[in-house]
Design a protein around this ligand. Structure first.
Ligand code: NDP
Length: 412
């Protein structure tokens, strides 16, 4: 069918590469390109001979548009899969525009010096992508990604109008360390140390970090504490789901994680403000990343499951409807299959599927789009096929239902 250029060779890219070569009818050829070429070569060495997909590798600095253009011109891919970091989104989009090549990613652009989690920079490319006749698929991981597909699927099949969405991201995995992050520590810590925010009746409501807590009993995982966070798909879903009254995002954290994070915050280690150290400017959060376990090393030691999904409330034919759709993923099963834990797996699989949707022409429209703007059905089918089966529940317990006889209210 075609050729993909995959940029990045970290946790998520590694899973996506494994999945692309399993899907060699679509991915006849892939080029893995990253800052550290040896990581690309290691992946190639591991997978070559197991697949019909032809694998090549390259070195690239994805902060450099000219280098990217040169590489795209040499490889001539049908799509560039951006699985590097959010800082590289715009340079890679620029290179795709210059070479008229489709683009996809799993995280919105982030300036290095401020944590924003906003789509505006990427949405600004819409007209230019339309004119160039190419597609940019934004946020094709799990969240953002599958959560947007779940939303589009719920709206298409079960609702006339969705009024409330709660996205529930539960990681019931245990890696045995007192503190480690499951994906890039810098991005993860930026996300959880920022103020919480949710969208209600057309406005954003801001909270202190981790101010709003709920307890939820997750299928195949059990009861967990979860906290309201801002998460980037809230911005696009608030815009793209007609009639929506409120959308929130909750993520589970254990007590040990929160205690460590608080201490690190209190001593200034999570700051993204540069400081001078021994005559050199360093960013505390980047230094912290260097001393924490590499997320890629967590695979063999993480046990347990993730459960990520969305609870929808709304109306169909004038009657109230509740609908919960979620995926459960087992860390050790993922590790056995692709050598990574479930966090990378649940992101890398949808990245492959999103790219395949564009390459096969199922999701091909010029412009810049979030994932919920496409027909969800073919993507939902592929999730079942490629290792992320989903479960439906038409009578779920809601997030704000009483827990231990106590109704929790927003503290504001
Ligand atoms: P990693 O840190 O494991 O990997 C990042 C990769 O990008 C590394 O191979 C790194 O190279 C490479 N890279 C970084 N900067 C450059 C550059 N300037 N030029 C070329 N390559 C570069 O991150 P993850 O795999 O965990 O995450 C990848 C992406 O997925 C991130 O954007 C993250 O936010 C997103 N994500 C999305 C999720 C979702 O559900 N939507 C969930 C989890 C992650 P090097 O090896 O040299 O450092």
């Amino acid at each position: 069918m075609g050729k993909a250029l995959i940029i990045g060779a970290g946790g998520v890219a590694s899973v996506a590469v494994h999945k692309c070569v399993q899907n060699s009818d679509v991915f006849e050829e892939i080029c893995i390109a990253s800052r550290t070429k040896s990581k690309c070569d290691d992946l190639k060495a591991k997978l070559e001979g197991t697949t019909k997909t032809k694998i090549t590798t390259a070195q690239v600095d994805a902060d450099n548009v000219d280098e990217l253009i040169a590489l795209i011109n040499e490889v001539k891919p049908d799509i560039v899969m951006n699985l590097a970091l959010p800082y590289q989104d715009l340079t890679i989009m620029d290179a795709c525009l210059a070479t008229k090549t489709h683009y996809m990613d799993t995280a919105n652009y982030e300036p290095e010096d401020t944590a924003k989690f906003e789509y505006k920079w990427q949405w600004d490319y819409k007209e230019r992508f339309e004119k160039a006749g190419i597609t940019a698929l934004l946020g094709s991981g799990f969240d953002p990604g599958v959560t947007g597909v779940f939303s589009a699927y719920a709206l298409k099949h079960y609702f006339d109008e969705i009024e409330y969405i709660d996205i529930l991201d539960c990681n019931g995995g245990d890696h045995g360390y007192p503190f480690a992050t499951n994906f890039n520590p810098e991005i993860n810590i930026r996300e959880v140390s920022a103020n919480g925010r949710y969208w209600e009746n057309g406005d954003w409501v801001e909270t202190e970090p981790m101010e709003i807590k709920r307890v939820y009993n997750f299928a195949e995982v059990g009861e967990k504490d979860m906290y309201l966070l801002y998460h980037e798909e809230l911005e696009s879903l608030a815009k793209n789901m007609p009639g929506l009254k409120r959308i929130r995002f909750f993520m589970t954290f254990g007590q040990s994680y929160i205690t460590h994070l608080k201490a690190l915050e209190n001593v200034g280690m999570t700051s993204i403000e540069p400081i001078e150290f021994e005559g050199k400017q360093i960013i505390p959060l980047q230094f912290l990343k260097a001393v924490l376990p590499d997320p890629a090393s967590l695979g063999p030691r993480t046990v347990g499951k993730t459960n990520i999904g969305c609870i929808f409330q709304g109306k169909k034919d004038g009657k109230p409807v509740k609908y919960y759709v979620y995926n459960v993923c087992d860390h050790q099963e993922c590790y056995r299959e692709v050598g990574s834990q479930a966090i990378s797996y649940t992101t890398g699989v949808p990245a492959m599927i999103g790219a395949a949707m564009v390459m096969t022409g199922k999701w091909n429209k010029p412009g810049v789009f979030n994932i919920e703007e496409f027909d969800p059905d073919p993507f939902m089918e592929e999730l079942n096929k490629w290792g992320l089966p989903w479960v439906e529940d038409f009578n779920p317990v809601l997030v704000d239902e009483p827990v231990n006889d106590k109704k929790l209210e927003f503290v504001r």
